[in-house]
Each structure stands twice: as structure tokens, then as C-alpha cells.
Design a protein around this ligand. Structure first.
Ligand code: ZN
Length: 389
């Protein structure tokens, strides 16, 4: 809660100070304001550069009013239905700290959002983050996810996919500024940009994901413009489908058929989940003096860049998803250190970095097979060294 509050304040300050907001003062709405602490912080830090609107329950309105008076601050207090308020007029900056699912605000939030408007969601949707409830994910966000070792990013990408579909209905595209997970809550910040020129541009960002149930290798389906794509043609680079013996097969009408070794997940957001230049500006312009926020921003920047040592041309955006080293560990005696794996991958020309989604995982464009090979050869090297002594 505290971290997301400081992050939201840092984003709002950068948004207002850098002139990204089309209106001056920027109209900023805390949709589910509670006691109104966010609004107080915004009004105190940014004074007349923001017009603060706090929407809270009738029971909280008196407390919010008292808090504003005590701090000699000015803000508008509303006690309306959140979606009705979003439909009523336009805003430049909207913060939604939702306790349950955020999807109920998706349509309303883009209805009147200004060009370059920023929306930040904070959620505590456990079933989504851990892929625990297949049914709930499908109902709320219109896509399939399952329990995996990379479920946290999977959940975020499902959330973003549903958000992008809502934005496009109002001729807007989303640019994801960042997304972060802290304990059991997540924060997602997006900027609404002008809608795409062609539907292909939009479809390119929303794709299905092929996931191997055995080794958890995964790959996005290629972009297609209406012609069917055979799931079997999506190469995962693992041999699990070949090794899937008929004795595990399902009996259908007396004929044995090989059980499927992979799942088709999504549709998910396949675009970038970090805007490296925006995160860099937040750090460089010292938008937060909270060490926890600065640390989180630095972690996200490293992840967004995901560098390599090789002479490889780095395309925009970081590689999607990450590999948990405990899950993708070869059968060797010693656990290989994450920092070592990152260095080895980078030396081989792959992009690699740690990820704040999972402290035991590496974000890389290398396949799981390569990571295992690297760890095996490293274990062999250390065994040979021991033998020489
Ligand atoms: Zn596999």
C-alpha cells in the first residue's frame, strides 16, 4: 500500500512536470479514495498544478473533509458511483486502488480519459496473480491462464490484454509505463495514446501463448491477419511432445490418442510491459526520495533494458517472461547462482537480467534448454577443477 502510494505520487509528479498532461492544471481523480490520503499527498506536493478530485463513500466524506482542512488543502470531494463519475467528465490522471477485480472499471475509465491520460491500477487479485482460478480469469479478463512458475507475469499480461481491448473500443491504445508486484498486490501504470491506424497494429499486441505443460517452455503465437495458425507449428524448442508416450494417452472411443503436452493460453498482452525511458526519467529527475521506491524503479529499469554483452542489436522492449532456476535446473549436485547464470548468458550474446517478479528467476531471450546447458557445463567445469586439486 505504502509503496504503491509513493510510486503513484512519483508518476504523477513526472507526468505534470514533464508537460505530458494536455490540461493545466491536470485533472486527477482518486476513484476509490478511502480516507483520501493519496489526494492529500498530490495536493500538497503539486499544489495548483493539479486539480484533485476524491471519490469516497458517504461515510468517509466527513473524514476526508476534516483531513483537508487540517492540512489547509483544497480538493473536490465526490460520493458517487465510481463508474458513473468516470462517465460524467474527462480526466487526465486516474488512480484506482481496487480491492477486488479491476475489470469492472475498464470500460468506464477510457470513456472520457484525455489524450496522453494516465491510468494506474493497484489490485490484490490473488487468483489472477497465481493462475489459481482458471474460471475466474476467463470470466473477468477473457483469457486462459494456469498455475505456472511465471504466473505473476502471466496474470499481469492477461490484465493488460483485457485493458487494451477496453481502450481500443474508445479508439485508444495503451502504452504500458510499468508494472510491478509487491507481496500479494500489483500496480500497473498505462498511458492512453491515440488509437492505432490499422487493426493489425492492435492485433499484433494481443496474442495467444503456447505453454508446455511438462517443461514450462513458452512462446507467443506469431502475428496473423485472419488466417488460421496451427498450434503445432509454434515451435517451443523442447522435445516434450515427442516424449509424450501413448501409455499416458486418453482412450476415446476405443482408440488411443496421445495426450496433449501443451496448453494454449491467453489472449495476452504481447507488447512491452516496461517503458524504460519513462522509468529512467523517474529515477533521474528524483521523483521519489523513498529508498524502497528508488530500489523498485532501478530493478524495473534493469529488467526493461535486459542487456547483453555481445554485439547484438537490442530490439525495443524486454524479452517476455522469465525462467525460475529451481524449475529449470538440470540434475546436478550444486545449485547454480542466479548472478552467475546472468553473466554466462550475457557472455554468450543473450539478453539477461534478474526480475522483480521472482527473485529466483532470470529474464532472458535464451530458451530454457540453453539455460540448462549453461548450468551443466558450469557444474562440469567446477567438478574438473576439484579433480585437479
Ligand atoms: Zn516442454
Amino acid at each position: 500500500m505504502y509503496l504503491s502510494r509513493s510510486l503513484v505520487l512519483a508518476v504523477l509528479e513526472e507526468y505534470v512536470e514533464s508537460g505530458l498532461s494536455k490540461s493545466k492544471p491536470a485533472r486527477c481523480l482518486d476513484l476509490l479514495a478511502g480516507p483520501g490520503i493519496n489526494g492529500l499527498l498530490w495536493a500538497k506536493r503539486l499544489a495548483r498544478r493539479v486539480e484533485v478530485i476524491l471519490n469516497c463513500s458517504k461515510a468517509s466524506a466527513e473524514i476526508v473533509e476534516r483531513n483537508l482542512q487540517r492540512n489547509s488543502l483544497v480538493a473536490e470531494i465526490e460520493t458517487k458511483d465510481p463508474c458513473a463519475l468516470l462517465h460524467e467528465r474527462g480526466y487526465n490522471f486516474v488512480y484506482i486502488d481496487c480491492v477486488g477485480e479491476g475489470c469492472i472499471y475498464f470500460d468506464a475509465v477510457f470513456r472520457n480519459l484525455a489524450r496522453n491520460g494516465v491510468v494506474i491500477f493497484t489490485g490484490k487479485d490473488d487468483s489472477l496473480l497465481h493462475g489459481g482460478s482458471y474460471d475466474a480469469a476467463m470470466r473477468k479478463y477473457g483469457g486462459r491462464i494456469i498455475r505456472t512458475h511465471y504466473a505473476r507475469e502471466l496474470g499481469i499480461r492477461l490484465f493488460l490484454g483485457a485493458l487494451a481491448r477496453a481502450a481500443i473500443r474508445y479508439n485508444k491504445m495503451i502504452n504500458v509505463l510499468f508494472c510491478t508486484i509487491h507481496k500479494n498486490s500489483f500496480t500497473v501504470a498505462v498511458m492512453a495514446e491515440k488509437g492505432c491506424d490499422s487493426v493489425d497494429q492492435y492485433m499484433n499486441k494481443l496474442r495467444l501463448l503456447k505453454h508446455c505443460n511438462v517443461c514450462e517452455e513458452r512462446a507467443f503465437y506469431p502475428f496473423h491477419n485472419g488466417f488460421p495458425v496451427d498450434g503445432k507449428s509454434v515451435n517451443l524448442g523442447c522435445d516434450c511432445a515427442l516424449n509424450n508416450k501413448p501409455n499416458n494417452a486418453m482412450e476415446i472411443s476405443g482408440a488411443a490418442t496421445v495426450a496433449e503436452s501443451s496448453h494454449e493460453l491467453g489472449p495476452l498482452w504481447a507488447g512491452d510491459i516496461f517503458d524504460a525511458s519513462f522509468i529512467e526519467k523517474l529515477i533521474d529527475n528524483k521523483r521519489s526520495d523513498d529508498p524502497k521506491v528508488v530500489y523498485t524503479l532501478k530493478c524495473m529499469l534493469e529488467e526493461a533494458r535486459c542487456v547483453s554483452n555481445g554485439n547484438v542489436k537490442i530490439s525495443a522492449g524486454s524479452p517476455p517472461f522469465y525462467y525460475n532456476l529451481h524449475k529449470h535446473h538440470p540434475k546436478i549436485a550444486q545449485q547454480c547462482k542466479l548472478s552467475k547464470v546472468i553473466v554466462l548468458l550475457r557472455n554468450l550474446g543473450y539478453r539477461a537480467s534478474s526480475t522483480h517478479f521472482d527473485p529466483l528467476a532470470v529474464r532472458t531471450d535464451a530458451r530454457a534448454k540453453i539455460i540448462c546447458q549453461i548450468m551443466e557445463s558450469e557444474a562440469k567445469k567446477s567438478a574438473d577443477k576439484m579433480d585437479t586439486f
